[in-house]
Design a protein around this ligand. Structure first.
Ligand code: ADP
Ligand code: ZN
Length: 575
C-alpha cells in the first residue's frame, strides 16, 4: 500500500501540505489512505497521537461524495469540526441533542448537488437501532430517517465512505463499551459496497476480532503499529501517607506550571486531593461523574485554556481529551487494569514531548479497588452509561479481579521494563533495550541476579495442564501457592499434588514467572466468552510444542531477580 503510483498520489501530497500544513506523512498514514481509497475495508490500530484523523479527512477532501463519521461523544465531534473549519473544510454534525428541524436542514443540504459539506459526523445512536422499538419509537424513526437519507445519497453515488472512530466501543472486551455501537453493523448490511474505515487506539487482539465481526467488515486490511509511546516516562512509586506531599514536590520539581491529570479512585479522593494541592499553591480542580454536565464542561474548558493546571479526576475524565501538551499523568491509586492504565497514561504527551507517568502504589489500594469491583463495578467513578452496564452484567467479577491482579503484579515487579510489561499485555513483544532507561526499572541501579526457575516453570505448566486448561493466571498462582480459596475448593484443586508447591514464592514472584511463560509462548492466553451473559474471561492453555522441551528437561529458564530476593529454591513436590 505504500507504492507511490496511485491515481490520487499527487493530489494527496498536495492537499496534505496545502490544506493540513503537514510536510510529510506519519507512519502508516499514506498506506491507510491508499487502502481505503482503493475501496477496501480497513481496520487501524494506532496509538493516541499517531494521526488517525488525517487518514479519513484527507480522503474526504479529495473523494467525491460525503464521508460519514461515527464518533462517540459530542465534545469530540465539536473538536474535530472546529479543527476542520480552521483548514477551511466544511463538516456537519447530527446528534440526539439537536433540534429536529435543524437536523433535517442539514440532511437536505447534504443531498443538494453542490453541498459545501465534505463530512458528516454523527453519534452512534443516529444510526443504530439499538433502542427497543416499544420504548423509543420516536427515536427509531429519526435514525431510520438518517439511513433513508444515506440511501438516497448512495443512489446518487454521493456516499464516499463510513468511518468508525473509537471503534473499540463496539466491543464488550474493550474498556469503553457502548451499546449503541453494536447497532452499527447495519451500515455494512445496507451498504455493502461502501468502504468502511475503523479506527482505534485500543490494541488487544480480542477487541479487534469483536469489532471486525460486529461491523461486518469484509477482507479487512489491518494496519497495526507499535503501541510504544517513547516520549512517556513510566515509574511506580510506593504510596505512603505522605503521598500528596510527594505529588506536590514531584510537580514543582519536574512540571512547574505545566498541565497534568491526577487519576483518583473515588469522587471523594478527587475533592480531597484537589483541596490539598490548592493549599500547596497549585491551580487544581476536580472532575467526576457525579458533577452535573455543565460543571464538568466548565472545568474541562478552563483546563484546556490553561486556566487550571491540574485536574484531579476519576476515569470519567478520559475519552475526548484532546489537549496535546499534558505533561504528566499521575495515578493517585491503583488503576483497574493494565489496559486502562495504558489508555489513561496515553493522554499525556500527544505532542510528542517528554511527559511523566507516575503511579503511586500500595497494597491496601488493591483491597479498596477489589471491594469496589465486588460492589458491582466502579460505577461511582464513571459517567459513561456503557461502562456501568458492562461492569454489572457483561464482564464477570472474576475477570475484573484478574485484570486487577495483573495490575498489582505490574506494580510489584521491580525488574522488567514497564514498556515491555504494558505492551505484552496488548499483544506486542517489545524489545526492552529500546526503552533506553525511560522507565524506573530499566534505569534502576539495583543489582539483579540471574536465577534458574526451570523447575517452577515446569510445575506451573503442569498445573495448567492438570486443571484442564480452563483457568486464569490468577487462579493458577493461587493454587500453586497453596491457597484454599473458594475457587480452589469448588474444583477440588487442593487435592492436586502440586497444590502449594510454590508456597515459598511471593504472589508477585509466582505471577511474574507465570507471565514470563506467556511471553515466551510456552503458555497462551485465550479469551473465553460465556454464551449466557456474553461475559469474557482470559484463560491459560499450554502451547504443546513450545512446552515440550521445558517438561522434558531439555530447556532451562532463567530470569533476573533483585539480589536481595531469596526466591527460587523449588520445594520438594515435583512432577
Ligand atoms: P489520533 O486521533 O491518532 O490520536 P490525531 O489525528 O488527533 O491523532 O493527530 C494528533 C496530532 O498529530 C494532531 O495535532 C495532528 O495535527 C498531528 N498530525 C497528524 N498527522 C500529521 C502529519 N502527517 N504531520 C504532522 N502532524 C500531523
Ligand atoms: Zn524500560
Amino acid at each position: 500500500w505504500s507504492s507511490r503510483d496511485f491515481p490520487w498520489t499527487k493530489n494527496l501530497e498536495l492537499n496534505n501540505k496545502r490544506v493540513f500544513g503537514n510536510h510529510s506523512f506519519r507512519p502508516n498514514q499514506r498506506e491507510i489512505i491508499n487502502a481505503t481509497m482503493s475501496g477496501c475495508d480497513v481496520f487501524v490500530l494506532m496509538p493516541t497521537g499517531g494521526g488517525k484523523s488525517l487518514t479519513y479527512q484527507l480522503p474526504a477532501l479529495i473523494c467525491a461524495g460525503i464521508t460519514l463519521v461515527i464518533s462517540p461523544l459530542v465534545s469530540l465531534i465539536q473538536d474535530q469540526i472546529m479543527n476542520l473549519l480552521q483548514a477551511n473544510i466544511h463538516a456537519a454534525s447530527l446528534s440526539a441533542g439537536m433540534d429536529w428541524t435543524q437536523q433535517l436542514d442539514i440532511l437536505r443540504e447534504l443531498s443538494s448537488e453542490n453541498s459545501k459539506y465534505r463530512l458528516l459526523y454523527v453519534t452512534p445512536e443516529k444510526v443504530a437501532n439499538y433502542h427497543p422499538a416499544e420504548t423509543l419509537l420516536f427515536l427509531d424513526c429519526r435514525s431510520d430517517s438518517l439511513l433513508r437519507h444515506l440511501e438516497s445519497l448512495n443512489s446518487h453515488s454521493l456516499l464516499a465512505r463510513f468511518v468508525i472512530d473509537e471503534a473499540h466501543c463496539v466491543s464488550q472486551w474493550g474498556h469503553d463499551f457502548r451499546p449503541d455501537y453494536q447497532g452499527l453493523g447495519i451500515l455494512k448490511k445496507k451498504f455493502p459496497k461502501i468502504p468502511m474505515l475503523a479506527l482505534t487506539a485500543t490494541a488487544t487482539a480480542s477487541v479487534k476480532e469483536d469489532v471486525v465481526q460486529a461491523l461486518g467488515l469484509v477482507n479487512t486490511v489491518v494496519f497495526r503499529q507499535s503501541f510504544n509511546r517513547p516520549n512517556l516516562w513510566y515509574s511506580v512509586v510506593p504510596k505512603t501517607n505522605k503521598c500528596l506531599e510527594d505529588i506536590d514536590q514531584f510537580i514543582k520539581k519536574n512540571h512547574f506550571d505545566e498541565c497534568g491529570i491526577i487519576y483518583c479512585l473515588s469522587k471523594m479522593d478527587c475533592e480531597k486531593v484537589t483541596e490539598t494541592l490548592r493549599k500547596f499553591g497549585h491551580k487544581a480542580a476536580f472532575y467526576h461523574g457525579s458533577m452535573d454536565p455543565g460543571k464538568r464542561a466548565f472545568v474541562q474548558k478552563k483546563w484546556s485554556k490553561d486556566e487550571i493546571n491540574i485536574i484531579c479526576a476519576t476515569v470519567a475524565f478520559g475519552m475526548g481529551i484532546n489537549k496535546p501538551d499534558v505533561r504528566f499523568v499521575i495515578h493517585h491509586s491503583l488503576p483497574k487494569s493494565i489496559e486502562g492504565y495504558y489508555q489513561e497514561c496515553g493522554r499525556a504527551g500527544r505532542d510528542g514531548q517528554r511527559s511523566s507517568c507516575v503511579l503511586y502504589y500500595c497494597y491496601s489500594d488493591y483491597i479498596r479497588v477489589k471491594h469496589m469491583i465486588s460492589q458491582g463495578g466502579p460505577g461511582q467513578s464513571t459517567m459513561t452509561t456503557g461502562y456501568n452496564r458492562i461492569a454489572s452484567s457483561g464482564r464477570t467479577l472474576e475477570s475484573n479481579t484478574d485484570n486487577l491482579l495483573r495490575m498489582v503484579s505490574y506494580c510489584e515487579n521491580e525488574v522488567d521494563c514497564r514498556r515491555f510489561l504494558q505492551l505484552v499485555h496488548l499483544g506486542e513483544i517489545f524489545d526492552s533495550t529500546n526503552c533506553k532507561n525511560t522507565c524506573d526499572n530499566c534505569s534502576s541501579s539495583k543489582t539483579l541476579i540471574e536465577k534458574d526457575v526451570t523447575l517452577i516453570g515446569r510445575q506451573l505448566v503442569e498445573l495448567v495442564k492438570l486443571t484442564g486448561e480452563r483457568f486464569s493466571s490468577a487462579h493458577i498462582v493461587e493454587l500453586y501457592r497453596g491457597s484454599l480459596n473458594q475457587t480452589v475448593k469448588k474444583h477440588g484443586h487442593e487435592t492436586l499434588h502440586l497444590h502449594g508447591a510454590g508456597k515459598h514464592l511471593s504472589k508477585s514472584e509466582a505471577s511474574r514467572i507465570l507471565h514470563y511463560l506467556v511471553t515466551k509462548d510456552i503458555l497462551t492466553e485465550y479469551v473465553k466468552k460465556s454464551d449466557l451473559y456474553g461475559s469474557v474471561s482470559s484463560l491459560l492453555k499450554v502451547n504443546r510444542s513450545k512446552a515440550a522441551s521445558i517438561l522434558s528437561g531439555g530447556q532451562t529458564i532463567e530470569m533476573r531477580f533483585p539480589s536481595a530476593v531469596k526466591v527460587v529454591k523449588p520445594s520438594k513436590h515435583g512432577p
